[in-house]
Ligand binder design. Structure first.
Ligand code: SD4
Length: 318
């Protein structure tokens, strides 16, 4: 049995590649890395890798992480600039005994020394988004940070080995040096091959308050299905945040257990994700919330078409 699950529609091309690797008896580490690289390399996905949206100083600072659920190896980078594929660096760091999470200049120095590909990750499209957002912030009462999607994945291979990985440009217009949940083990991702894995997208500052990926794996370990675990964890954290702080940020979680069963929960409308298993080609679903329950519907052809149309449409500076 093999399978993969990932946040957002943007993961489908990557998941399709990853599935090929799994089908040909490749390991979950190789499948998940190549799947994330596919997303990082697409300039039209404006929240991951090349084409990612910049911070408030118009610099693209990226976060990424990799975890091996069998050995518990973890590697991650935070606020790294000018490298093509942060996920490769994160996986490489997971093999080190110490210094597994490196940030900013330290991460860049390491990546340079190890020969990783350098690249200016700021595209012209991202610059236009940046200038337009500056204008919107000045003219309207708009949340500067809206518009962000992390790719988070969980993968199971035929040997029963599991991995989890994330990659993101974090929040649009974040402060320089800001690091979200995505490279933080237990918050943005967690995986244990004896149980299963989970990964998050949404407001990192709130996702971290619940160590929510770990919480989902813990619930699966207690015997809950991936779907129950995601719903319990998301609903509880959402309620706690509202009770204590009056407001909860976006929380969207995906999970898969070591039998290839999967679950998804969110506190926002219209969260999309991609799943594949041995018996199922990659499918994009959209989640709807009905009375605290999450209902997953297969994305229509029209929705899929519109998604790509809006991502690739010409942009004008306002
Ligand atoms: C962060 N969780 O940096 C990421 C951003 C994200 O959907 O996932 N947005 O906080």
């Amino acid at each position: 049995m093999y399978g993969m699950i990932a946040t957002w529609r943007m993961s489908v091309e990557g998941i399709t590649k990853g599935r090929e690797i799994l089908k040909n008896k490749g390991c979950s580490g190789d499948a998940i890395e190549s799947a994330i690289i596919e997303v990082e390399n697409c300039e039209f996905y404006k929240s991951v890798g090349y084409g990612g949206l910049p911070n408030d100083e118009m610099e693209v600072e990226l976060d990424a992480a990799y975890m091996d659920g069998t050995t518990f190896d973890i590697g991650a980078v935070g606020a790294i600039k000018d490298f093509a594929n942060p996920i490769r660096i994160a996986r490489h760091l997971s093999k080190e005994k110490v210094n597994n999470l490196l940030v900013a200049e330290g991460a860049e120095k390491f990546a340079h020394k190890e020969g990783f590909e350098r690249k200016n990750m700021l595209t012209n499209r991202a610059k236009i988004h940046y200038y337009n957002r500056l204008k919107e912030i000045k003219e309207q009462d708009i949340k500067p940070y809206s518009g962000h999607d992390t790719v988070g994945m969980v993968c199971l291979d035929e040997n029963g080995d599991m991995t989890a990985a994330t990659s993101t440009s974090g929040l649009f217009m974040k402060k320089k040096g800001r690091v979200g949940d995505s490279p933080i083990c237990g918050s943005g991702f967690y995986v244990d091959s004896k149980v299963g894995g989970a990964s998050a997208t949404g407001l990192g500052e709130d996702l971290m308050k619940g160590c929510i990926s770990y919480e989902i794996v813990r619930l699966m370990k207690e015997g809950h299905s991936p779907q129950e675990s995601c719903e319990i964890a998301v609903n509880n954290l959402d309620a706690e945040l509202k009770e204590r702080r009056g407001i909860a940020g976006d929380l969207s979680l995906i999970a898969m257990n070591n039998m290839g069963e999967w679950g998804v929960a969110t506190n926002v409308e219209g969260f999309s994700f991609t799943v594949t298993t041995e018996s199922q080609e990659p499918i994009v679903y959209i989640t709807k919330k009905v009375n605290e329950k999450c209902i997953h519907e297969v994305a229509s052809k029209e929705w899929l078409y519109n998604y790509m149309e809006t991502r690739t449409a010409p942009l004008v500076r306002k």
